[in-house]
Design a protein around this ligand. Structure first.
Ligand code: HEC
Length: 193
């Protein structure tokens, strides 16, 4: 009797695991990825897209935006609208993808850098003043030993990182003239560190 119960339980469990019983879409005939399919001449279920097909989300004919270049000239203005939200996005992405090597303030000090031997990630404040298109290309394509981040960051996110990098560079080397007047006075009395 006990054995009979156990068998029944196993049979019921097996029935539950088999979703084709309850889900007709699981049962219907369909082409599965990488499977053979005699319907097509080449016998494959997966089809090649027609030549020249581009993904719907790909931005075309706007090299300033997608390559950071027009002709062979790096763009000097960030081609997306600068907003607080863009800077916040850039901040988040910089901390994830760049700070690991270049440090949270971009000064090249990070645990990874401390353990690197070959070519150290540079202090990004030493690289201030370069065309924004150049930074964009470094992020998209990589630079020397630095890998590119095109797979991790989409076009908007790359520009967001560029915008944040510019803000970061300014934050570490802002001229006194940019401070509000009352702060300027207080700061000019402070002893330089
Ligand atoms: C794995 C470590 C690493 C990460 C992560 C990294 N970098 Fe770099 N980066 C480097 C190294 C190393 C160099 C120097 C490469 C060389 O000169 O061969 C460099 C160089 C640079 C330069 C200087 C380019 C020039 O013209 O001199 C910039 C700007 C830069 N990185 C920005 C970034 C940004 C922005 C990110 C995030 C998207 C990032 N890096 C992520 C390691 C890294």
């Amino acid at each position: 009797m006990r054995n009979g119960c156990a068998l029944l339980a196993i049979a019921l469990l097996a029935a539950c695991a088999d979703t084709t019983i309850v889900d007709p879409m699981e049962r219907q005939p369909k082409a599965r990825a990488f499977a053979a399919n005699p319907f097509f001449e080449d016998g494959r279920a997966m089809r090649q897209p027609p030549p020249g097909t581009v993904p719907r989300e790909r931005i075309v004919q706007n090299p300033a935006l997608t390559r950071g270049q027009v002709g062979d000239k790096d763009v000097t203005e960030i081609p997306v609208r600068l907003t607080r939200a863009l800077l916040d996005l850039g901040h988040r992405k910089f901390d994830i993808y760049c700070a690991t090597c270049h440090g949270l303030v971009g000064d090249g000090r990070s645990p990874v850098a401390a353990n690197m031997a070959l070519r150290l990630p540079p202090d990004l404040h030493d690289r201030a003043g370069m065309a924004v298109g150049h930074y964009y290309q470094v992020i998209a394509n990589g630079f020397g030993l630095m890998p590119g981040y095109a797979a991790e960051l989409n076009v908007e996110e790359r520009w967001a990182v560029v915008a944040y990098l510019r803000a970061l560079q300014l934050s570490q080397a802002a001229p006194l003239a940019l401070a509000p007047p009352q702060e300027r006075e207080r700061l000019s009395k402070e002893k330089p560190r």
